[in-house]
Design a protein. Structure first.
Length: 272
């Protein structure tokens, strides 16, 4: 899907599906394109991927019909600009908690290529763009998604203010960090986590924005389905490395069992 196709699906009440892609292998885009995905999530916050590698990945996945959504290492507008220049179809900014952070990201993602004093005046509302410039900026902005990670109690307290920022397309919950911030680490069925997650989804959807989550080592797929019933309409389901490790472990376990060999059927741990 392109960003415009994602918007059309979401605005029509549909859902979009992605996964975290860790591998930069050139064989991966073709394989992923046939898997039923709508987009891919490329994480540069927790995964050691350089800018040039990410750019190649973005171009390859975009050509394969999967919108590349990139999480930058920090809520830095210059990092966002760099990834967009490299081919990202959207930006996820990690651990956002304040209006100031979202406004700066809005400037980079939705008002580029403006920078400096003029951008600051436009963000503050002190200046409006000329008609031709406004049309130009709006056209560019339609092809770029801006999502922010909601992963902490301060973010929840400031959620209404964050969601009111013009140009913000939605949020992506980071369940691991959110559960820790709530004092219930990795307890994704606790009352505290469930109440917080429902509230985030409901507040976001009321404004007609994207309510997303990265479902990574959170439990059975039935829990992901339950969260989508609560209002989640964009899901990043696990990661390529999880599915590769799981498939290999299952096959080796079956072969070892057939020959009576000992098996250590472990569990891959990644908290992203």
């Amino acid at each position: 899907m392109t960003v415009s196709e994602m918007r059309k699906t979401l605005s029509g009440g549909g859902r979009v599906y992605g996964t975290l892609v860790v591998s930069p292998s050139p064989h991966w885009p073709g394989a992923m394109a046939g898997s039923g995905l709508d987009f891919v999530f490329i994480d540069t916050e927790h995964i050691a991927l350089g800018r040039e590698t990410v750019s190649w990945m973005c171009r390859a996945y975009g050509a394969a019909g999967l919108a590349p959504i990139v999480r930058i290492p920090s809520p830095d507008p210059f990092a966002a600009s760099g990834m967009l220049d490299g081919g990202a179809a959207g930006i996820v900014a990690p651990y956002v908690e304040t209006l100031t952070q979202v406004q700066a990201l809005r400037g980079a993602v939705k008002l580029a290529p403006l920078k400096g004093e003029r951008l600051a005046r436009m963000l503050s509302g002190a200046e409006q763009p000329e008609p031709a410039l406004a049309e130009y900026l709006a056209a560019r902005a339609r092809d770029r998604l801006l999502l922010v990670n909601i992963e902490s109690l301060p973010a929840i307290r400031n959620l209404d203010t964050i969601l009111a920022v013009p140009g913000l397309d939605g949020i992506l919950v980071g369940p691991h960090d959110l559960s820790c911030s709530l004092g219930a680490p990795e307890d994704y069925t606790s009352a505290a986590f469930s109440t917080a997650l429902r509230g985030i989804f409901e507040a976001t959807r009321r404004r007609g924005l994207i309510a997303g989550i990265h479902f990574m080592n959170c439990g059975p797929v039935s829990l992901a389905i339950e969260w989508m019933h609560w209002g989640c309409n964009l899901i990043v389901q696990h990661a390529d490395i999880v599915y590769a490790a799981r498939g290999l472990a299952d096959d080796l376990h079956a072969i070892r069992r057939a020959f009576g060999d000992e098996s250590s059927h472990g569990r891959l741990r990644m908290n992203v």
